[in-house]
Design a protein around this ligand. Structure first.
Ligand code: GDP
Ligand code: MN
Length: 369
């Protein structure tokens, strides 16, 4: 389960990790009764990263500006998530931005500390363009993360003196937090050194708790992690999962959908999302399914893979023929009432494959084109 920044920061603060005190608001008018010194930073509380780039983080010099900017951010759509809450904090004067995180390295079967002096930006970008700027240290589960580990990492990042010790202290606290909270990821990006005296401050906080362990932690928030589209799908009784590629996928049955994802990956494509219309899907279910998967930004092709059993090919075909998608589409249709389904599609000049492999290959090609 992902925590919002303000929720993660409450936990960080309990572990002695320095964060800016803040207030969560839901309406711009609430700015008036805040007692935070200006300038302030307004931060959209959504469970997706890159809020800054998306316009969800804004600086405001006075209450008038803060109210106007709060009105802009509240209600904004960030990567499919609507902003309902803002965290307002006193703006920090930032010098250098560092990166510090603990996460589970499944292959190594232990926690790994990842740190970098190139913080503030996406760590995946740093890993790609300047991997030498990333320091990694696996945590031996028998000894745990020791103070000298933190000091060693701090040295490698270029810290000295008091800042070195402060960094090591924060690293130890984050290691303890990660282990005790059963976190899959505990991340500070950026961990900022103040422009003046270099005091470190966790500007951002990301915390993902292992779903299997939430029962061990009382008082954890219950975050609904559904994106807007996932919520729309659930309301329509369809199971939909969001990914980050560009091929939208609709299938019927979990097994078929999983193998469809594998096929797309096999041919070099990346699924944008997938939706299982399930057994016995009606024309209306299918129409809703198409509507939902295509609403995701960045979709470049639609792959519909239907093996009619209880679901009838003609019901599916009627929905497809009635609603030509905004992106290139590939249909694979076979099984119950296949002939009727094909006739409906042919009348709408839509070709349907019988075999899934060539269809998947074509979907990947279309997404690339
Ligand atoms: P993210 O974009 O979702 O990762 O949100 P962050 O909380 O990391 O904020 C994005 C960026 O906004 C940071 O990397 C900072 O450069 C900037 N920022 C956030 N809070 C402050 C602040 O208090 N002072 C200053 N100067 N910049 C800030
Ligand atoms: Mn950040």
């Amino acid at each position: 389960m992902k925590l919002h920044e303000f929720q993660a920061k409450e936990i960080f603060a309990r572990y002695g990790i320095p964060v800016q005190p803040g207030v969560v608001i839901e309406r711009p008018e609430e700015i008036d009764r805040l007692e935070i010194p200006y300038p302030v930073v307004l931060k959209a509380q959504v469970l997706v990263g890159g809020r800054g780039k998306a316009g969800g983080i804004k600086l405001a010099a006075d209450p008038v500006e803060a109210k106007a900017k709060a009105a802009q951010i509240l209600g904004m759509d960030i990567k499919g998530e609507r902003v309902r809450r803002l965290l307002v904090v006193q703006a920090a004067d930032i010098g250098v931005e560092y990166y510090l995180a603990f996460t589970v390295d499944r292959a190594a079967r232990r926690l790994v500390c990842v740190a970098s002096a190139a913080g503030g930006i996406d760590i995946e970008d740093v890993a790609r363009t300047a991997p030498e700027k990333i320091v990694k240290l696996h945590v031996d589960p028998c000894t745990g993360f020791q103070p000298f580990h933190g000091r060693g990492i701090a040295k490698r990042l270029g810290f000295g003196g008091k800042a070195l010790l402060q960094f090591a202290g924060i690293a130890s606290a984050l290691a303890r937090l990660c282990a005790e909270m059963d976190a899959e990821l505990a991340e500070i990006n950026p961990l900022a050194a103040a422009a003046g005296d270099g005091t470190l401050l966790a500007i951002d906080a990301k915390l993902i708790i292992d779903d299997n362990a939430t029962f061990r932690h009382e008082g954890l928030p219950r975050n609904e992690e559904l994106t807007a589209l996932e919520a729309a799908a659930r309301a329509a009784d369809l199971s939909y999962v969001e990914l980050d590629g560009d091929v939208a996928i609709i299938g019927n049955g979990a097994g078929l959908v999983m193998s469809t994802l594998d096929m797309i990956a096999h041919f070099g494509g990346r699924p944008a999302n997938f939706l299982d219309v399930g057994g016995g899907a009606t024309t209306e279910n299918m129409a809703q399914a198409m509507e939902i998967v295509l609403r995701k930004p960045g979709v470049r092709a639609l792959f519909i893979n239907i093996f009619g059993g209880i679901t009838r090919c003609d019901d599916i075909a009627r929905a497809i023929a009635a609603q030509p998608p905004r992106v290139p589409m590939v249909v694979r249709l076979t099984g119950t009432n296949e002939a009727e389904g094909r006739a409906i599609l042919e009348a709408a000049k839509i070709h349907a494959y019988v075999e899934p492999e060539p269809a998947a290959r074509e979907a990947v090609r279309l997404a690339r084109a």
